[in-house]
Design a protein around this ligand. Structure first.
Ligand code: MN
Ligand code: MN
Length: 293
């Protein structure tokens, strides 16, 4: 990997780590998640990065993809299991990291299993390693806690401005026989639950994020404004909080953008029981670099 690119990945990783650790201290009962998201995103900008996606704060049985909208009133409750998933872009080179904060003693084991399986998985990363060995290790560690990995959520490759690319890194053994290559950048992210071992996409109309996937002429002025404001993100996801349009006009503009396939929606992913996650980004080298550790 070119030195200059490596440095950008490292810088993104350092920012993501710092913001993740600061974010951990903000998670307390009674706090609005909207406030946490905005603080953490502002810190990313202050430190010289760009949020690679809106801060994801997924609570309890929501595994991933929840980010508060501009009018989100959700408040953290006493027993919540809170996942912070942080994405930082430095010139399109991305760091992806997540932690889970268990406010209830009863959920600490879920967090421990996610962290331990991630730690063991990272030890196996090297050029030439078959992904399935990593996946099997994740499954083995989680099951040793008497818990289940979520089988339809996987780690993934990262490329410039692309948040999910090959290879995928499943959280249980599979028929996927990709061998890691030098310079691959990957995110490993075990998800752990006591309940059902898969998640479903929700139809619910809250906590959504969006990507601008193509530009087309639009009838509504507000839809054109959204395109103009978001096109420099090169397809990285955005929040309605970042848009100049609010209220009914926002709804109508987003509807036009969705109908014209200009915008893709990331829906909430939900299981049937509390879910914990841990995640780091790793550059595959003879001596791998965990950029977010
Ligand atoms: Mn993530
Ligand atoms: Mn990820």
């Amino acid at each position: 990997m070119e030195e200059e690119i490596l440095e950008k990945y490292k810088k993104a990783g350092e920012i993501a780590k710092k913001v993740r650790e600061e974010g951990k201290t903000l998670v307390k009962p009674g706090v609005k998640i909207l406030e946490i998201a905005e603080k953490m995103e502002n810190r990313i900008r202050e430190l010289g990065g760009i949020p690679a996606w809106p801060l994801n704060i997924s609570i309890n049985d929501i595994a991933a993809h929840y980010s508060p909208s501009f009018d989100d009133e959700t408040i953290i409750k006493e027993e919540d299991l809170v996942k912070l998933d942080v994405g930082v872009s430095v010139d399109g080179y991305i760091a992806d990291t997540a932690i889970t904060i268990a406010l209830s003693e009863k959920d600490k084991k879920l967090v421990l299993a996610a962290e331990k399986s991630l730690e063991e998985a990272i030890k196996l990363v090297k050029p030439g390693r078959e992904v399935n060995e990593i996946s099997s290790k994740i499954e083995e560690v989680i099951k040793s806690f008497g818990l289940n990995p979520i089988v339809n959520l996987t780690g993934h490759g990262l490329k410039r401005y692309i948040i999910h690319s090959e290879p995928r890194i499943p959280n249980c053994s599979s028929n996927y026989h990709y061998k890691l290559k030098k310079d691959d950048v990957i995110a490993i992210e075990p998800f752990v639950t006591r309940g059902r071992n898969y998640i479903k996409e929700e139809d619910e109309d809250r906590g959504l994020t969006y990507s601008l996937v193509r530009e087309k002429p639009c009838r509504l002025k507000e839809a054109r404004e959204i395109i103009n404001k978001m096109k420099n993100r090169e397809g990285l996801p955005f929040s309605d909080r970042w848009l100049p349009v609010k209220g009914i006009k926002l709804k109508l503009a987003m509807k036009e953008l969705k109908d014209k396939d200009c915008v893709e929606v990331y829906r909430i992913l939900r299981g049937d029981s509390k879910i914990a996650q841990a995640e780091h980004t790793i550059i595959v080298l003879d001596k791998p670099i965990v950029t977010t550790l």
